[in-house]
Design a binder for this molecule. Structure first.
Ligand SMILES: Cc1ncc(COP(=O)(O)O)c(C=O)c1O
Length: 341
């Protein structure tokens, strides 16, 4: 690994693959060294984008074994994504078995260092060679991964965010709730716009009214009000984040009331100005919990709280990491231990 843990650059040695065909259904998962996959230039996945993916993490536990974090939740989301794209839904058992095989093979790559985790990337792609405009008859499921460093070891750095005036991520009836590969390339232009405006990430507003705050880049959002924490409801245009679900379940135990409530961009700005919104944070598998320090639109900018990491972001981050790393009880059954890892 040469000690570089830059996200998604240095992959571990192996991968697990399984095929599906309309005639034969699912094949057994197979472990091989990581290598290119055979893909005809007319593969449906390349031309028509029939492909979905997942992203989850595995963590080394105090006794040395590795636990995968919420594999069943990720399996179920991949099945929902696949259904939306008219793809075969990988059985939960196959999905989890492939993850286990991968972690058992490459778990050694994960050093005994709590700031590191094994990021696992399952992909499902249409491999059939045809340019006919219909769902493919052949698919490949692939699991691979890399070791990654928690973004925020030794202090969380608040990010600045750009509210895109023109780009939209998802529309009603579209694919926003699926972890569909085609949702991501269209965000690159908006991310470039954010960088040109001195911001780290893009805030997505709803596509219809351009009023409701939905997500941040590849993360869900939480707003800390004086009396409660809120997160936008899953309207069908947001990705149902597994981390979002974790925070909704962890927050009450930390003494915070939580609610799923829409928030308009004007309410966010007004709340930051009058002090009724004291923190805003983003969350996701890769980012864990990321505080937002400043917001910029085409016409104005404002600070969230005092622009630094707030106590709620810190408490949620610590509580989530403690469960993931096996330093706390696991009341919700989120850890999936891989024996002999
Ligand atoms: C668009 C989008 N929103 C939210 C998330 C956060 O989801 P999770 O917490 O399951 O990683 C992700 C990352 O998967 C994402 O790509």
């Amino acid at each position: 690994m040469a000690g570089s843990y830059q996200f998604g650059t240095q992959f571990t040695a192996h991968m697990v693959t399984a095929t599906w065909s309309r005639a034969k259904g699912w094949g057994a998962p197979e472990l091989t060294e990581r290598r290119p996959i055979p893909l005809d230039p007319t593969a449906v996945g390349l031309h028509y984008g029939q492909s979905v993916f997942e992203g989850l993490k595995a963590h080394r536990q105090p006794d040395g074994h590795i636990s995968i974090f919420r594999p069943h939740a990720h399996a179920s989301r991949m099945r929902q994504s696949a259904a939306r794209l008219a793809m075969p839904e990988p059985p939960v058992d196959l999905f989890v078995e492939a993850l286990e095989m991968f972690v058992r093979a490459d778990g050694d790559a994960l050093p005994d260092d709590p700031s590191l985790s094994l990021y696992v990337r399952p992909l499902l792609i249409a491999t059939e060679s045809t340019l006919a405009l219909r769902p493919a008859d052949e698919f490949l499921f692939v699991v691979l991964g890399f070791v990654t460093k928690a973004f925020f070891t030794g202090g969380m750095n608040p990010v600045s965010v750009w509210v895109s005036p023109d780009f939209a991520r998802a529309m009603p009836g579209g694919t926003g709730a699926a972890k569909y590969t085609g949702n991501y390339a269209p965000t690159f232009a908006a991310q470039t716009q954010a960088a040109e405006n001195g911001c780290d990430q893009v805030v997505w507003l709803d596509a219809v009214e351009r009023r409701w705050v939905e997500e941040l880049g590849g993360m869900n959002l939480f707003f800390v009000h004086r009396d409660r924490i809120t997160t936008p409801p899953l309207t069908g245009t947001l990705l149902p984040g597994v981390t979002r679900d974790c925070l909704l379940q962890l927050a009450p135990g930390l003494g915070y009331a939580v609610a799923e409530e829409p928030i308009a961009i004007d309410e966010w700005r007004a709340g930051c100005h009058d002090g009724s919104i004291v923190e805003t944070l983003a969350c996701g598998t890769a980012a864990i919990v990321t505080p937002i320090g400043a917001v910029k639109t085409a016409s104005e900018s404002w600070t969230v709280g005092d622009g630094t990491t707030g106590p709620v972001a810190k408490a949620l981050y610590d509580a989530l990491q403690a469960v993931q790393q096996g330093r706390a009880e696991d009341p919700f059954g989120w850890r999936y231990p891989v024996r002999n890892s």
